[in-house]
Design a binder for this molecule. Structure first.
Ligand SMILES: Nc1ncnc2c1ncn2[C@@H]1O[C@H](COP(=O)(O)OP(=O)(O)OP(=O)(O)O)[C@@H](O)[C@H]1O
Ligand SMILES: O=P(O)(O)OC[C@H]1O[C@H](OP(=O)(O)OP(=O)(O)O)[C@H](O)[C@@H]1O
Ligand SMILES: [Mg+2]
Length: 305
């Protein structure tokens, strides 16, 4: 008798995994909310049902996010590049294909994965680590870096409080996340090499989305791109004469081609330009000196290209 056919239920709602409690939880939720998503929370707060669009949230430990995407239980996730990179590097070391990839960098949760050594070492380069013991929670990324630098060293894997390992005599140096550097300084360590520049990323499957979900995923990515694009953007409005344009236009910070229309006076134009660079007071003063007048900086709430 042939075995019973297993039917995998087809989902028609997108599932996005985000960190339940931690550094990335609030910014991840805020970013998704700025894409027009809203949710009804379940009583246990592990699952949030999407109300404004068929996009549900799953609240989990960040370490579980790549695996949930790889297994198809979730479609997308917000996770640190450090966590995603570590797990994908680990898979490659086991000769398995990386099944989850970074779809977008999200611009928050910035930190570095760095090698740090005791303050009294005079750093001369990676070769100094030969034969030494390195404590880390990122053994796969550290192994990649050591291999790339032809360094033979022992890796001591710890799940946290890595910075204390040298003081305990457990390791000679460390490889850990650094942001302000305060934790290193408090443990008489100094950063000497950066292995990875990390930030929160949107992770997704390497394979194509299920057809029932592809349209929803595309909608979310499109909105996310719009939000990311205008995150630091401002609409700059001003007036300038035709003669001043050659001096004014190069000063617009990372601007899209401006819209301009003639106004009453001879040779004068009203102009508006979407600027992706930061419009500082100093830049406004430079624009004024170059001939712009009536300068106004406006926030941009939404954009659909
Ligand atoms: N000091 C830091 N400054 C900025 N970002 C950081 C810092 N430390 C970690 N991060 C980033 O934030 C992510 C989440 O950090 P957090 O400390 O909340 O994780 P966690 O303790 O592993 O949480 P979980 O309980 O979900 O496993 C990290 O993987 C990293 O990408
Ligand atoms: O450079 P800093 O601003 O000091 O940040 C770096 C510290 O932040 C993270 O630890 P966290 O505070 O999350 O504690 P953990 O060691 O328990 O992960 C990371 O593991 C470093 O220890
Ligand atoms: Mg974690």
């Amino acid at each position: 008798m042939s075995p019973p056919i297993q039917m995998t239920p087809v989902r028609d709602r997108l599932r996005v995994a985000i960190q339940k409690n931690g550094r990335l939880s609030e910014p991840a939720r805020a970013l998704l909310a700025s894409c027009g998503l809203s949710w009804r929370e379940s009583p246990d707060k592990l699952f949030c049902y999407g109300e404004s669009a068929p996009v549900d949230l799953l609240l989990v430990r960040d370490d579980d996010i790549p695996g949930l995407i790889a297994s198809g239980l979730c479609d997308l996730g917000v996770v640190g590049r450090n966590v995603l990179g570590e797990q994908m590097s680990d898979l490659r070391a086991a000769n398995r294909d990386a099944s989850v990839s970074e779809l977008r960098a999200l611009g928050f949760g910035g930190c570095k994965l760095s090698i740090a050594v005791p303050n009294d070492w005079t750093w001369t380069g990676p070769a100094m680590l030969s034969g030494k013991r390195l404590a880390t929670s990122y053994p796969a990324l550290l192994r990649d870096w050591l291999d790339a630098n032809n360094v033979q060293a022992d890796i001591v894997e710890l799940s946290g409080s890595v910075e204390i390992a040298p003081r305990l005599g457990q390791a000679d140096a460390i490889c850990d996340l650094v942001s302000s550097g305060a934790t290193l300084a408090a443990n008489q360590l100094k950063p000497v090499e950066d292995i990875l520049q990390s930030e929160a990323v949107l992770a997704g499957p390497v394979r194509d989305f299920d057809p029932a979900l592809a349209g929803i995923a595309e909608m979310l990515l499109r909105r996310l791109d719009g939000v990311m694009k205008i995150r630091d953007s401002k609409l700059l409005m001003f007036q300038a004469s035709r003669a001043a344009l050659a001096d004014v236009l190069p000063l617009l910070p990372d601007a899209e081609p401006p819209t301009m229309y003639p106004i009453g006076e001879d040779g004068m134009f009203a102009m508006q330009a979407l600027c992706h660079g930061v419009v500082t007071w100093q830049r406004l003063e430079e624009l004024k000196r170059a001939g712009a007048r009536g300068l106004m900086v406006l926030p941009v709430e939404r954009m659909l290209a």
